[in-house]
Design a protein around this ligand. Structure first.
Ligand SMILES: Cc1ncc(COP(=O)(O)O)c(C=O)c1O
Length: 426
């Protein structure tokens, strides 16, 4: 293999190489990456059952879009859409619509496009302006909401949150008008895992819709909470299709859906909310197919892996795993709080521990992070989504792979590193 001093080639090599040699060289380079199981900031699943791995490997070459040839994979896909719609309480099981996506970002973009389209059709029918669509959401939304606004030419009305636990309901409502395609609500935000008061939002929008003859609906971003909330022991929140204005929901199969990265889901309240004009027929692959996705080709294996996870765990298995993760998160919170070195920021609704360093001691946060990294733990340091304190946070996503040994080691390390840095500062 032609050497580029320290690296593998960065130009297309003239000649090929033996597979084993290529494999070993790439693995050597990848050994410098972090260990996925210790990437505590990431929400994505890092481990599945060996039978899931076998299924994924065997199905790797299958292009899901070729429904004609892989009709059975499509049937499994549609079964997943149906059972997830049931899980999220669609009102009419005979009128379900949804699709798999590469993740929640694609699902959100597709959902918001359908809201935009429905808004436009209604405006046209009322002979109103269709040139200034806007979308209203809070500033703790994931970046994919901003991307949608930019890519699809919709004015983002991004309402600043003034503290982590205060949803700006009044401001959100004030910003809705005739040109609002929909309002975004988050069931588990990326910063703290908090869940927006979706029922209250639904009720307020019902009122203003009726006063103004508007038809504004809600899209719920349940990338994080979608596979958690239905399985929690104590959960009295109303956030899904039971609320009449919730018209679409996205979930990330690759987060608490317990599948490797590359799978998200978009579900509509009713087939009615997916405009027919957005569904594209094509026939290049021999048989006519209809699609509503941004990408055309994609592997079938993560869809099949989602089915595996659902069948392997069932509702009782998901409940067991999710509630165990929540319990583990609480153990971590308690230990961190007890030490007095950390302040817990999250509200404890999801298996996510968000914290800041206690500011009575001026510990360098990035020094703290790099000492954790030296112990192989990967924890992100990130900014608050606005101009308020605390402005720097750290996050631990408690996933299925977290066992008691890992919890003890992690908490011991967090405390020891803090003490160490504090000692040298004095
Ligand atoms: C709340 C929320 N929405 C959307 C996304 C985007 O999801 P994906 O990475 O599956 O595209 C994320 C990612 O973490 C998220 O936390």
């Amino acid at each position: 293999m032609k050497k580029n001093r320290n690296h593998l080639p960065d130009t297309f090599p003239e000649k090929g190489n033996k597979a084993a040699k290529v494999y070993n060289a790439i693995c050597s380079e990848l050994a410098m990456d972090g260990d996925v199981h210790l990437d505590l900031g990431s929400f994505s699943t890092t481990k599945m059952h060996p039978y899931a791995n076998k299924l994924i490997t065997e199905q790797l070459g299958k292009n899901f879009i070729d429904y004609g040839e892989y009709a059975q994979s499509k049937k499994i896909h549609d079964r997943i859409v149906a059972l997830l719609s049931g899980l999220l309480n669609v009102p009419d099981p005979h009128s379900i619509k949804g699709t798999s996506t590469l993740g929640s970002s694609e699902a959100i973009h597709l959902a918001l496009l359908s809201h935009k389209w429905n808004w436009k059709k209604r405006q046209q029918s009322l002979q109103l302006d269709t040139t200034k669509p806007n979308i209203v959401y809070s500033s703790n939304a994931h970046v994919c909401w901003d991307k949608f606004a930019l890519y699809f030419d919709v004015e983002p009305r991004k309402i600043a949150i003034s503290s982590f636990h205060q949803y700006p309901l009044e401001e959100i409502i004030k910003n809705i008008d005739q040109n609002t395609i929909c309002v975004g609500a988050i069931a588990g935000n990326t910063y703290t895992g908090s869940i927006d008061p979706i029922e209250e939002l639904n009720n307020k929008i019902l009122e203003i819709n009726s006063t103004n003859n508007w038809d504004v609906g809600i899209h719920v971003d349940a990338a994080i909470g979608g596979f958690v909330l239905p399985f929690l022991k104590e959960q009295n929140l109303q956030w899904d299709f039971r609320l009449p204005l919730v018209r679409s929901i996205n979930l990330s199969g690759h987060k608490f859906g317990l599948v490797y990265p590359g799978i998200g889901w978009l579900l509509f309240r009713d087939a009615f909310f997916l405009p027919k004009e957005l569904i594209f027929p094509s026939h290049y692959l021999g048989k006519p197919i209809d699609t509503y996705t941004l990408n055309y080709s994609k592997g079938a294996s993560m869809i099949l892996a989602q089915y595996f996870s659902i069948l392997q765990n069932g509702i009782s298995g998901y409940k067991k795993i999710i509630n165990r993760c929540c319990k583990t998160a609480q153990i971590i919170r308690d230990r961190l709080k007890e030490s007095n070195y950390f302040e817990i920021i999250d509200e404890g609704q999801l298996p996510i521990v968000v914290f800041k360093l206690n500011t009575t001691n001026a510990i360098d946060l990035y020094g703290f992070q790099s000492q954790l990294r030296a112990r192989n733990w990967m924890l992100p340091v990130y900014n608050a989504p606005g101009n308020f304190e605390p402005n720097k946070l750290m996050r631990i996503v408690v996933k299925e792979n977290f066992d008691t040994t890992m919890v003890t080691l992690l908490c011991d390390d967090l405390i020891a590193i803090y003490q160490n840095l504090n000692h040298y500062r004095l």
